[in-house]
Design a binder for this molecule. Structure first.
Ligand code: VGL
Ligand code: ZN
Length: 189
């Protein structure tokens, strides 16, 4: 078990990916035990705040009828529609007021699974002097995977917080872990 309180160093940031109601049990695109990441992430968030490590939270934020929805020919049921309950962060997730929210999935012409996809996040993080990212959230085989791969491509060190993520499917999770490892991401177990 990684020592949460000893994990962070200057130049780190914590990235909480898409911990939104629709990805948790009872939501529109529920991930099995998706809400189990919340207490784990709350410990990491508290440790980050105590050490002045910046916290980022991405959110999937789709317009009505988004192209990723089945009704529009996409793969997913409608989820995380802008300003609706399903798009809110899980109510038990204890994000500090200083959290920087990264909004994605707003484009009409393509989906954005990665928090880095056309958001300007990489440049922003570099400007803040951030070199290493600790990543958890939902879903391991979709948006966490895409975010981690982009982060590596953009030259960031990455540590995936294994306890703090869950996949849409177990096979997808296995594949995602392999891809993230091959891309050079470390694992905090
Ligand atoms: C996600 C499916 C569709 C995610 C987003 O956040 O992992 N999954 N949109
Ligand atoms: Zn989505």
């Amino acid at each position: 078990m990684t020592d949460v309180d000893g994990a962070f160093a200057p130049g780190d940031a914590l990235i909480v990916v898409d911990v939104q109601n629709d990805f948790c049990p009872g939501g529109a695109l529920p991930i099995e035990n998706g809400d189990a990441v919340v207490p784990v992430l709350n410990r990491w968030i508290a440790a980050a705040v105590a050490r002045n490590i910046p916290v980022y939270a991405s959110r999937d934020w789709h317009p009505v009828g988004h192209m990723s929805f089945q009704e529009s020919g996409g793969p997913w049921p409608p989820h995380c529609i802008q300003d609706r309950e399903g798009a809110r962060f899980h109510p038990d997730l204890k994000l500090p007021d200083s959290t920087v929210v990264v909004t994605k999935g707003v484009r009409f012409d393509q989906d954005q699974n990665s928090a880095f996809d056309q958001t300007g996040l990489a440049q922003h993080l570099r400007q803040q002097g951030i070199r290493r990212l600790w990543v958890g959230g939902l879903a391991e085989d979709v948006c966490v995977l895409a975010t981690v791969l982009d982060a590596r491509r953009d030259g960031f060190e990455v540590m995936v917080i294994q306890d703090a993520t869950r996949p849409v499917t177990p096979e997808g999770g296995e594949q995602a872990r392999r891809k993230m490892r091959e891309a050079g991401a470390g694992v905090a177990a």
